[in-house]
Design a protein around this ligand. Structure first.
Ligand code: SAM
Length: 279
């Protein structure tokens, strides 16, 4: 059977496979497919969230570019991330003492633990993990905690995730970051979701002194380059030396399949059409 993603009115990705699980949760329509090419695929409201076949690219590029840049990340907040992929990468850092995961929908974690073990591994059971079932926008407004790194692993700006794209939300993120803190979030395809990247960039550059975008390519996130935008209070990526990153990732003995210090810096070098978009 063919299943198609429907996040754009005029372009679709179709994958061949079988439906393993479907549930209308309190917040969204959850579907899990087993596909020939990408293994298991998690979809929410008809949008691909993650696949076993290419999740490593997204989960490594949404974590290491900020975690490795921070001198010693100890307290990390993940907003969304119910599939556990981001949590798995965060927990590779021995300096991390506490990893909060604020997920609005319990069902996603339950399904991930049952069907997506290759993605979450044992991250939900790690003693450093603290799972909170809440709306990330509400949590960040009321928390008194300070975090070294905040990672927003939300779907596109639809349904329950809409609130995770507002200026007020990013101001709350800024307040919840420690003085040396960094944040990062997915900002969509640079061709099919230009507006998401442009508006996120505009809001973040109004709030943070340092903002940059990493580009990567994730086969099941259609639309060419996929952007991940980071912001920090004090740390400037462009003043960072590759040798420093190389020394650090070796010392931390962190294994990756996509990320390396060269791609860390190179992925932040933007083509002209994107530089113009972000002027
Ligand atoms: N990699 C995906 C992407 O780039 O679109 C995101 C994957 S992850 C499964 C997205 C998670 O965000 C889902 O589990 C969803 O339930 C959660 N989520 C959506 N809105 C949220 C909110 N307001 N607060 C907390 N979690 C939210």
């Amino acid at each position: 059977m063919w299943h198609s993603e429907a996040i754009y009115p005029d372009i679709k990705l179709q994958l061949k496979g079988e439906l393993l699980y479907r549930k209308k949760t309190l917040y969204q329509n959850l579907e899990l497919y087993k596909t020939d090419r990408f293994g298991k695929v998690l979809m929410l409201d008809n949008a691909i969230q993650t696949t076993e076949g290419d999740e490593f690219i997204y989960h490594e590029m949404l974590t290491h570019p900020v975690l490795l840049l921070h001198p010693k990340p100890q307290k990390v907040l993940i907003i969304g991330g119910g599939d556990g992929g981001i949590l798995r990468e965060v927990l590779k850092y021995k300096s991390v003492k506490l990893a909060y995961l604020v997920e609005i929908d319990k069902s996603i974690i339950e399904i991930s633990k049952k069907y997506l073990k290759s993605i979450c591994k044992n991250s939900f059971q790690d003693k450093r993990t603290k799972i909170i079932f809440d709306d990330g926008a509400k949590f960040i407004k009321k928390t008194k905690e300070k975090f070294d790194v905040i990672i927003i692993d939300s779907p596109d700006s639809v349904g329950p995730a809409k609130v995770l794209f507002s200026k007020g939300f990013y101001k709350d993120i800024f307040s919840a970051l420690a003085e040396n803190g960094l944040m990062i979030r997915q900002t969509g395809s640079t061709t099919l979701q230009k507006e998401v990247l442009k508006s996120s960039w505009k809001i973040l550059t109004d709030i943070f002194p340092f903002v940059w975008t990493h580009l990567t390519a994730i086969p099941t996130y259609i639309g060419g380059f996929f952007s991940l935008t980071a912001a920090s209070k004090k740390i400037d990526l462009f003043k960072t030396d590759i040798a420093y990153l190389e020394k650090k990732i070796k010392a931390l003995k962190i294994k990756t399949d996509y990320y390396n210090p060269y791609i860390h810096i190179a992925s932040a070098v933007l083509p002209e059409y994107i530089r113009r978009m972000l002027k």
